[in-house]
Design a protein around this ligand. Structure first.
Ligand SMILES: Nc1nc2c(c(=O)[nH]1)N[C@H]1C(S)=C(S)[C@@H](COP(=O)(O)O)O[C@H]1N2
Ligand SMILES: [Mo]
Length: 329
């Protein structure tokens, strides 16, 4: 992957936690019941207040893009990455290699209507409209850390549904041991695909037990609103214990298969990017260390130690019992 020294978020000079971010966090904690409401004057109706208020940064919420969702238990008690970084510092190579390219060019992608083709080892193959697959009355918010393989991370409030709910609805047969995903591909809308950085369309996959793990999530929103195109509208995967590239964006195809599917980065550079791609500070990338990570939006020098499975070991380590995680990186 290409690394840019002049990453735009780093250059923006935003080195302190903005005040709205701090307030937002307090309201979220209050609504999750982690602390009482005492001392939070003005925040008594915490959950609606948190949902209605302006997300962090300069962004003004667009009433047309607001989603209804419930909070859930999947959250980090940490400062959220500012809205402007979550939606302005992206990897979506279909729109270019620069971190600012997706925010600049992804608007050209047509996301409505959107359908998803389902094939392979399932009782319910076919072409599904987005609303037939995702129950928009059952959305929840999950705050997950996204740890990019390029050794930076963000803390993001996603809105969506568990991947397991969708898979159960699609009834894969017992022979389906993996699930594969494909991203939308349109040469006239995606200026980055003329570069053969990878063999388009972008492809990813999970073992079925990984896909059914309660942490695996399909996001349709972020920061209380419909996903912006640069974050993978209208639907993208979020697999928080794996490097960010597993979290495939703008999904148009789901296939249930018996054998381990091909995945884009593994095809491109197999010694650098494996199929599993679990976050692992013990296994350095051949060209850089994975022991620490830069905290996006936390200022130029903000770093943290990378955690095994990105901090989600309690929920996922069992799935890899007995596996050599250096070999199976
Ligand atoms: N289709 C597609 N999905 C993708 C990518 C991509 O280039 N194309 N980049 C991945 C990488 S490397 C990361 S780190 C995350 C970034 O998600 P974000 O921009 O929403 O933070 O998206 C992943 N999903
Ligand atoms: Mo990434």
């Amino acid at each position: 992957m290409i690394r840019r020294p002049n990453e735009i978020w780093q250059a923006s000079g935003d080195e302190v936690t903005p005040k709205p971010l701090f307030m937002n966090r307090r309201k979220i904690i209050a609504s999750a019941g982690a602390i009482g409401l005492a001392g939070l004057a003005g925040c008594s109706d915490a959950s609606t207040a948190a949902q209605a208020q302006s997300p962090v940064g300069t962004h003004t919420p667009d009433p047309e893009r607001q989603l209804d969702y419930a909070r859930s238990d999947f959250r980090l008690d940490e400062a959220l990455t500012p809205y402007d970084a979550v939606t302005g510092y992206n990897n979506f190579y279909e729109f270019g290699l620069g971190k600012g390219d997706p925010a600049r060019y992804a608007d050209r992608m047509t996301t409505e209507p959107w359908s998803i083709e389902v094939d392979g080892l399932t009782d319910r193959p076919g072409t599904y409209a987005l609303a037939d697959l995702v129950d928009f009355d059952a959305l929840e918010e999950r705050i997950y850390r996204l740890r990019c393989v390029e050794a930076w991370s963000m803390v993001v409030p996603w809105i969506g549904v568990p991947l397991s709910a969708i898979i159960e609805q699609l009834r894969p047969s017992p022979a389906a041991r993996y699930v594969a995903f494909e991203t939308y591909l349109n040469r006239s809308e995606m200026r980055g695909v003329r570069f053969p950085v990878i063999d388009w369309p972008y492809r990813e996959g999970l073992r079925m037990d990984e896909a059914m793990n309660p942490l695996a999530f399909l996001a349709v929103g972020v920061y209380g609103e419909i996903l912006p195109n640069q974050n993978g509208a209208p639907i993208r995967l979020v697999v928080p214990w794996k490097y960010g590239y597993k979290s495939i964006k703008s999904i148009v195809k789901i296939s249930f298969v018996a054998d381990q599917p091909e995945t884009s980065w593994n095809l491109t550079a197999p010694n650098e990017y494996g199929f599993y791609s679990n976050v692992n500070p013990q296994r350095d990338h051949p060209r850089w260390s994975q022991r620490t990570e830069r905290v996006i939006g936390g200022g130029v020098f903000a770093r943290r130690d990378t955690e095994m499975f990105n901090g989600y070991a309690d929920q996922v380590a069992d799935m890899y019992a007995g596996m050599d995680l250096i070999e199976n990186h």
